[in-house]
Design a protein around this ligand. Sequence first.
Ligand code: GLU
Length: 556
Amino acid sequence: MIREKLANLIFPEITKTLSDLEKEYPPRTLKAGAEVTRFAPSPTGFLHTGSLFTAMVAKTCAVQSEGVFFVRLEDTDTKREVEGAGESLLKEMKLFDVFPHEGYMGNKEEGKYGPYKQSERADIYKTVIKQMIKDDMAYPCFCTSHDLNALRATQEANKVVPGYYGAYATCSFLSAEEAIKRVENGDPYVLRFRSKGNHDRKITFNDVIKGQIEIAENDQHIVILKSDGLPTYHFAHVVDDHFMRTTLVTRGEEWISSVPLHLELFNTLKFNTPRYAHLPVINKLDNGNKRKLSKRKDKEAAVTYFLDLGYPVKAILTYLMSIANSNFEEWWTGNKRADLSAFDFNLSKMSVDGALFDLEKVNYFAREYIAALTAQEVVDEYIDYLKYIDDKELLTRITNDRERFTKIMNIERETLKPRKDYSHYALVYDSINFFYADEFQKLIDDQTIEPFKEELSKETVEKLLNDFATKLIYSEGNEAWFNSLKEVALSNGFAQNNKEFKANPEGYKGVVADVAEVLRISVVGSRKSPNLYEVLLILGRDEVLRRLSIIKSLIQ
Ligand code: GLU
């Protein structure tokens, strides 16, 4: 009775009971084997690439088992909260196709197991703690920060494990009467969990990814409710995962050391324990050393890095899948255009050691992805990208002549070996801007057009330019055009192929490739371009002639 008095004194406003909560948040009616998974970010900044990985894994497990994936915002650390971070996290999750089925959705919440923001669940936590106080599983602790500092100093001096436990858990020895007196007296307090654990004993648990893990029991009397009335992560996630009926917790492996505490909390409260799957950390090689992908040091740690450069979302997810499941890449090789959900994802195929983040591999998947699209699809995605980065000028330029731009994007696409030059859409415009007359003019005005080979005399170039204007055949296909180019080469003293040239190097000014280069530089402005014949067709005869005459006037 005396503990009931203490519980009522601390939480006079709480009238609900644990069984009310059980009724309010009943077990879900899902088919057998359906997983309820969640992603539980703290609103402290952008979506980290590692968090995207975690969210993707959680959602995949739910989708494949026809379960539910929800988001819970873990916003109890008000000091670290960044204004608007929750909303932007969800926006990024939407863009990356890991938007939840239920829960916190940024501008709204959906689902019967809410609220899904921890800061709005205070009464639920208090209801649970009120019962814990009655059952002597929790108690008020009046230690000041001064007391705790002194405790730490003593423990350091005695070289014992630091913390609030066993004989060091001073307030755990207060009687309920004493506690009542101090609460009535207005002494500030937090609420702590009364651990029954013994650090010298071990527990074992089965991690879905890492298998059996043996680890020391918890004996820490952790704070479960802070003086601001909000819970700590350890306690809150236990209550939430129970009342949100989570079946599978997928989270970073940095939480493994807290599992004994979490299991003790679940057991003390007689809640069913969800299964835990601790995901490997995503590392990066830094001067030969492995370290965690870091928010501060690595640009690719923020998913916005990829969005800003226009990496296709599916390519990023494909990459993350390849580090999630060792057999994924083999599947993907035969199913490049398939939906990723068609892959039979399996947590047991997850690598146990940390994965290494490899930007080159991301680029590889991205190039493969873009190369497999039709020109129309590329144009659609490029336009979406321009909208995303809000480049109105370029958007107008592309949409004003979408048909021609589609032709440009189709160069060397519908072939057995399509070009794999784009890993992200930010690369597109600079590689094809020469198609636009004003950009070509800019190259001329800025004198950034590439020079012709030094060995070629002015007269030779001039003669070639004249012949390009009059002797090339465009309308009969690539081969006929190339034959006409070879004719021009021969009549100007160039060998038609390398073999001829090598047999008699003195007898020629060069080879047909040198002639093609003069033409390419004259219409593109550079030695490099996609298939020249296709470029010429898209530019059209008039524009080709116009450019040839500009170049001719320049070499005069
Ligand atoms: N808020 C915790 C984090 O951001 C969630 C961990 C969990 O998924 O339980 O790391």
